[in-house]
Design a protein around this ligand. Structure first.
Ligand code: BES
Ligand code: MN
Ligand code: ZN
Length: 491
């Protein structure tokens, strides 16, 4: 879908028009039939409330959608505006209309608010219909162009930034949605290389021979049960001051997680195609940063493997040596994400000496049990980093809830045969997973681990996504870069 800014009303406007309404001030110039019709239908311009009408104007019938923004100055106003934008897509995406005119005249929306409206509109319009060859006509997307009229001065520049963010979220959703036979480590790399070509993002790839030479026994132990070779993908965006240390985003990219020899039950196993949601978020965030030319030095690193059970697969009880030199007893081959992250994090620190690290991973079912799909869990060894991420979560809508770390939890992963084992007891599963990862973080490096198992995939539609891939993490990381790295003086 394309969004175009207009400076004057088009000579031949599309049949569909959108007007936005504040709860405290409906547009004054609505035709009486719309104003009275809306009132009769109890439309009061509550956030994301809508009312559709048909009116005659200049001898033709116009389709008019009135969308509510809620009270001006209300708490959560930006979120309400995004949801209102999303309603435009819900109503018109498959409506038969090819174009709509969004008439913001008299709405009082600021440039930033206008961009938020369009962000909601665009994000809610994303679909993945590539494999549906028999879609009935009335379910096909018809909306192609959105014309924006009456936007305030400066809105287009704000939108340029938000549209880069949309590209990132959409790319993440695509990666997360692709099935395991299509998306595997090598094809993940190829998809990123193709998508970021020409953006100025530098891409580096490690193949299995290089990983073996580096001693990545933990990551390769997971990969050895699959015919698909593993990859590490690094994306470098250097828009920061010369010589500035990079900040690192690291993603778990298990392109399919069967559990390995500790095989998962069959029911619902198809969900494990999105066990690369952390890597997907990192790739989407890096794309967004490059497209909007962020003034920061950031590296995004994805650990890409497939976890399969074949004759070469690792066994429960195997002991592997990680790149850090630490040995791990693999109690359960289904606790593979931490094994992948262990080596990727070691490599990230050796290779880039980052100023700080945030890792994202669909790491544990326990996190899903704890938080459901509203919040992702955050663990951190550094207060300012935790605070900045929690704030970015609030501002972006990709919400975070903090969990504890501590030596008592750490003890639970001691092993009788190796330096550690890859799972703890039956309880506190998300925390022992985080403790495991922390053992691979060098002293003095600020680090946060985000367990996003519950938020990557939605069973029902949300504010700015349909059911399926949410794109969680892209907006969070982009917001963190904006507020903490590009403007470090901001609280
Ligand atoms: N990818 C899963 C975690 C997961 C489960 C994410 C369900 C999203 C939905 C991870 O690799 C895993 O299998 N974790 C195990 C760890 C356990 C064996 C210690 C889990 O959480 O059950
Ligand atoms: Mn697993
Ligand atoms: Zn997994």
């Amino acid at each position: 879908m394309q969004i175009h800014f207009l400076t004057a009303a088009p000579a031949r406007p599309p049949r569909a028009r959108v007007r936005v309404a504040n709860q405290d001030a409906l547009p004054a110039d609505l035709p009486a039939v719309v104003r009275e019709g809306a009132a009769a239908a109890r439309f009061t311009a509550k956030p994301a409330q809508s009312h559709e009408a048909f009116v005659e104007s200049d001898g033709r019938v116009e389709r008019l959608l009135l969308v509510g923004l809620g009270e001006t100055g209300a708490a959560g106003r930006m979120g309400s505006i995004e949801r209102a934008g999303a309603v435009v897509s819900i109503r018109f995406l498959t409506s038969g209309e090819a174009a709509v005119l969004v008439d913001l005249g008299g709405s009082g929306l600021s440039p930033v608010e206008t961009a938020a409206f369009l962000l909601g509109l665009r994000l809610r319009a994303w679909r993945h219909d590539a494999y549906r060859t028999k879609l009935p006509d009335e379910q096909k997307v018809t909306l192609k162009d959105v014309f924006v009229l009456g936007a305030p001065e400066g809105a287009e520049a704000e939108w340029a930034r938000e549209s880069a963010l949309c590209e990132g979220v959409e790319f993440t959703r695509r990666l997360v949605t692709e099935p395991g036979n299509v998306l595997y480590p090598e094809s993940f790399v190829a998809a990123v290389q193709e998508r970021v070509a020409g953006t100025g993002l530098e891409v580096r790839v490690l193949d299995d021979a290089e990983m073996r030479a580096l001693g990545m026994g933990a990551l390769l132990g997971v990969a050895q049960g699959s015919v698909r070779p593993a990859r590490i993908l690094a994306m470098v965006w250097n828009g920061g001051a010369a010589g500035a240390k990079p900040f690192a985003f690291v993603g778990k990219g298990v392109t399919f997680d069967t559990g390995g020899i500790s095989l998962k039950p069959g029911a619902g196993m198809e969900d494990m195609k999105w066990d690369m949601g952390g890597a997907g978020a990192v790739a989407g965030a890096m794309l967004a940063l490059a497209l909007r030319k962020a003034k920061a030095h950031v590296v995004g690193i994805c650990g890409l493997v497939e976890n399969m059970p074949d004759g070469g697969a690792q066994r429960p009880g195997d002991v592997v040596t990680s790149m850090s030199g630490q040995t791990i007893e693999v109690i359960n081959t289904d606790a593979e994400g931490r094994l992948v992250l262990a080596d990727v994090l070691t490599w990230t620190q050796k290779e880039f000496q980052p100023a700080g690290i945030v890792d994202l991973a669909t790491l544990t079912g326990a996190m899903m049990m704890a938080l459901g799909s509203e919040y992702a869990g955050i663990f951190a060894n550094d207060e300012p980093l935790a605070e900045a991420l929690l704030a970015a979560g609030k501002a972006s809508g990709d919400k975070l809830w903090r969990f504890p770390l501590g030596t008592a939890y750490d003890k639970l992963i001691d092993s009788p045969i190796a330096d550690m084992k890859n799972m703890g007891a039956r309880t506190a599963g998300a925390i022992t997973a985080a403790q495991f990862i922390q053992r691979f973080i060098e002293k003095g490096t600020p680090w946060a681990h985000l367990d996003i198992a519950g938020v990557v995939w939605a069973d029902k539609a949300g504010a700015t996504w349909d059911k399926g891939a949410t794109g969680y993490g892209v907006r969070l990381l982009d917001r963190y870069v904006r507020d903490a790295l590009e403007q470090p003086e901001r609280p």
